[in-house]
Each structure stands twice: as structure tokens, then as C-alpha cells.
Design a protein around this ligand. Sequence first.
Ligand SMILES: [Zn+2]
Length: 230
Amino acid sequence: MPVTRRTFLAVAGASAAGAVALGAGSAAAMAAEGPSARVSPAEALERLKRGNTRAANGRTVQRNYSPLAQTPAKGQEPFAAVVSCADSRVVPDTVFDMVPGNLFVVRNAGNSIEEVGLGSLEYGVAVLGVSLIVVLGHTRCGAVIATEDTIKTGEMPPPSIDSVVQAIEPALLPLPAGHSIDDAIAANATYQARQVQALSPLIAKETAAGTVGIVSGLYGLASGRVTWLA
Ligand SMILES: [Zn+2]
């Protein structure tokens, strides 16, 4: 059943209770880092850092990868939301060595914040109880490179690819001439993270209260490591 705005807001209005009710009794929500009952933003970030270190060092937690062995079917208690690029090489669950049920993931080309994605993040915060939002850029991002090309040439890509470029362009325009592509990718990730805060009063209220954190990171395709930006 689709979640209508009415039902969403009804549940969001009782966010803490809603998060508990949805996940209560979900023994299957056990994960590499333990059960995902609401943690502090700092603890959520530490979990991701530990997971990325495991993954980058090739020391992932051994698991049965059958979906039925890992998926908490009765409810979910993800502790973090990740906005990542749609790039096939960037898979947040493997970047952070997590299992189904740990991460609430929004993906699109260029890891930008658009309306449906923002609504998804609000759902993650208000209903599912995530305590950290990560905007994850990555090296060699084709969406950012395409935006750089558009800025240089003035030629927009065809619809609807132009919407990808338009979402990234404001992040790159303030950059000085001669900046590197990694500078542009990092600038986009930090810009999109700020957009979450700027565009969502619901999430801004949680960050002001200290119950939700927003950070950005740059994932290195060659190293497997996330460099945290803000
Ligand atoms: Zn990308």
C-alpha cells in the first residue's frame, strides 16, 4: 500500500513511537554491528567508519548472502540513510559492509537531492528512525564530469539527462578555475548535504535537536575508502 502524505504525516507526527512500532520484535534486524535501535549520530557514523575499514581491508564479516537469511521481513530499523550515485560501482551496502536492514538508500546519477529523494529521507528519519544521513560522492563520477562539460561548453544534454546536470550545476559554479574533478565531486557531495538541511524543515528540526546528523563523503573507487568531508 502506498504511503499517502496523510498517513506519512500521521506516522511522522509520532516519529519515535512509529519507529519502535515498525521495528518491534524484529529479531532479524540483527546486523554486523548489532541491532539497529536508534543510535546517536556519532555512533551511526562510527559504525559506517568501522564497516568501510573492514570492506577496504578485505575483511568483511562473513555472511550467508541469501536474501532470506539476512532480510528482516517484519520491519526495518536502518540506523543510517545514504544518498549515493547510481553508478554501478558504488554500492553503499558493500562500501560499508552492511546487511539488508542496516541502510536506507536513495540513489540517482550524481547523488543529488531532488523531491522524491528528499521525501524518502524524511520518511527514513521520521518513520524509520535513522539518525544519520550520508551524501556519498565518488571518484570518476560521470554525472559530475558531464556537468563540468556543460559548464565549459554551454551545451545541455538532452531531456531528461539535463535534470541530472541542473541538480549538480549550483554546486560547481562557485569553484575556482583550475579546480580538479575530485574538488568538483567533493563540492557536489557537500552541497547536496547542505540541500537536505535547507530544503527539509522536518530534518532541520532533528539536526537542530542533535538527534540526526548529516555528513558527506567521497568514496574512492580505487581505494575502496571513504574520505569524510563534513
Ligand atoms: Zn557518479
